[in-house]
Design a protein around this ligand. Structure first.
Ligand code: UN1
Length: 515
């Protein structure tokens, strides 16, 4: 199965993949990183790590290619992106399966992730004829003013393991449509997906005569990551990952006055009003907290529920959690796959233990899964977990983002109390309310900003599963960046205000006379 998948995605005998195997042996080489199947804990392949010299070569190529690529008219770049989208359509199932194999999310979500990349290609094709600048009146006679958005340069794209395909897609498709070249530093935990994804885009680009538009550099943070963020040849670094990682990237990039686009952690809450559609709220909460085994930056981590319905809702939630089918992500019956690795399992166990020590009540879960057989017996599986906060809602552990399927439950009396609780975390990515009353929903979305303080706010929907059409990202420690839809493309463009005189006399602004 694995071999067949790798063959279909042209990953067998690939120059970067020095070993591919399905057995237990581990290649002993210094400059190799292993890609593991989190459902078995066993390696899938060994991938050659790029060195400092490789990084230099890639960056020089990206800078050189940019000088030519920027000359291609945007609608022609659109043609490239359209073909890339079609190429992904051809391997949607295979690439989605590779995401599931290497990252551990279930296949339906893996395919959904590749669909996000396809969606952003469509969006970028449309943009290729719509990257509008505005015109504005000049205060001077016989002068015109306009704003234009120009190609910027090579963009450095740093991604996390949990969306090993789509997050690159959001960035690279917009960067390329804007006329930029892309250098991608993927997570070392999911390099195979990155190789397959990038290869397809660059193969299509090469077929159209555009070399080195999409490049990969698979290296360590210490060597490749640090070099990239400090490198002035990258006017923009787009980085997805933890708040700590983003703080470091942001400060190094700011130190050279470069631009950074940061998409960092979330601590996303769902508020449930007593008059809400509780069936909808239940299904959405389960998907939001259990989907991707709680490893989305948008995963639901906190439930803030009206005290009058808390007990009955929690009882239903526990039943739903206990019926979640855990197992092989590639099996269509599975609803929840494994965590990514043992470190994540340890993080999960630590969070459960600490929350209970802090007075939280474990309603369900909180343990490793021990009843899976065969290869899955050595996978990183845990049970989806609900922990109810003690009276007074004081549960410090819930302030941390633990990348695992743990849901903390809090109760409230007044809506304002719920909003305060939802906003009282350092992160500001996603938020949701389930409410029967449109006034409550509107207060959550108050245009004066007194409701949710997050970049994403959902009404009668859970916190995860954003569509690509809207700008994606969050405030506070989430980093402030916006990727994907709306006008996020502007982050990948250089802004220029143009003033054009077409008269015979010199006119100075502000009416200054200089004779
Ligand atoms: C992420 O977890 O980094 O909204 C991205 C969602 C997905 C993207 C998540 N569309 O859950």
């Amino acid at each position: 199965m694995t071999h067949e998948l790798l063959t279909k995605l042209n990953l067998v005998n690939h120059p970067r993949i020095v070993t591919d195997f399905t057995g237990d042996e581990t290649p002993e080489k210094d400059n190799i990183v292993l890609s593991y199947n989190p459902a078995t804990g066993k390696p899938i392949a060994g991938i050659r790590l790029d060195s400092q010299e490789d990084y230099e070569v890639v960056t020089a190529k990206a800078a050189k290619a940019f000088k030519e690529f920027r000359k291609i008219p945007a609608p022609k770049r659109g043609e490239l992106i359209r073909r890339i989208g079609n190429a992904y359509r051809e391997v949607l199932e295979e690439l989605g399966s590779l995401v599931a194999l290497e990252m551990g999310k279930i296949k339906a979500e893996g395919i959904g992730e590749v669909q996000e990349t396809i969606d952003i290609t469509d969006f970028a094709v449309g943009l290729s004829r719509q990257m509008y600048g505005i015109t504005m009146p000049s205060e001077r006679p016989e002068h015109a003013m306009k704003e234009q958005w120009l190609p910027m340069g090579p963009v450095g794209i740093i991604t996390a393991f949990n969306f090993p395909n789509a997050v690159w897609g959001w960035n690279a498709m917009l960067a390329a449509i804007a006329g930029d070249t892309c250098v991608w530093k993927p997570s070392l935990i999911a390099p195979l997906t990155a190789i397959a994804t990038n290869d397809i885009a660059q193969r299509v680009a090469s077929e159209m005569g555009y070399e080195d538009i999409f490049q990969l550099v698979i290296g360590t943070d210490a060597i490749v990551g640090e070099s990239m963020i400090a490198d002035r040849r990258y006017p923009l670094i787009s980085a997805t990952g933890s708040c700590d990682m983003g703080r470091h990237v942001g400060s190094v990039v700011a130190g050279r006055l470069g631009k950074s686009l940061l998409e960092l952690g979330g601590n996303n809450a769902v508020i449930i009003e007593a008059d809400a559609n509780l069936d909808l709220a239940l299904q959405s909460t389960v998907f939001g907290s259990v989907g991707t085994c709680g490893q989305r930056c948008t995963s639901t981590r906190r439930l803030i529920i009206h005290e009058s319905i808390a007990d009955s809702f929690c009882a239903k939630l526990v039943t739903a959690y206990e019926s979640v089918r855990i197992g092989d992500p590639l099996d269509s019956n599975t609803l929840m796959g494994p965590l990514i690795n043992e470190q994540s399992v340890a993080g999960y166990e630590h969070a459960v233990k600490t929350a209970c020590e802090q007075g939280g009540t474990l309603l369900t879960g909180g343990t490793r899964v021990t009843n899976l057989e065969g290869d899955l017996a050595t996978g990183h599986f845990v049970t989806p977990t609900i922990i109810r906060a003690p009276e007074g809602n004081n549960l410090p552990m819930a302030l941390d983002e633990t990348f695992a399927p743990i849901l903390y439950v809090f109760t409230y009396k007044t809506l304002q109390e719920a909003f305060d609780m939802q906003n009282d975390v350092v992160q500001g990515l996603s938020s949701a309310i389930f409410a029967g009353s449109s006034n409550a929903a509107q207060r959550f979305l108050d245009p004066c900003g007194t409701g949710s303080d997050c970049g994403l706010a959902y009404v009668n929907l859970g916190t995860s599963g954003a569509e690509i059409g809207g700008a994606f990202g969050g405030e506070k420690d989430t980093g402030g960046g916006r990727e994907s839809g709306s006008d996020a493309w502007k982050a990948y463009s250089r802004r220029q205000t143009c003033t054009i005189g077409f008269g015979e006399t010199l006119e100075l602004a502000q009416g200054i006379r200089f004779e």
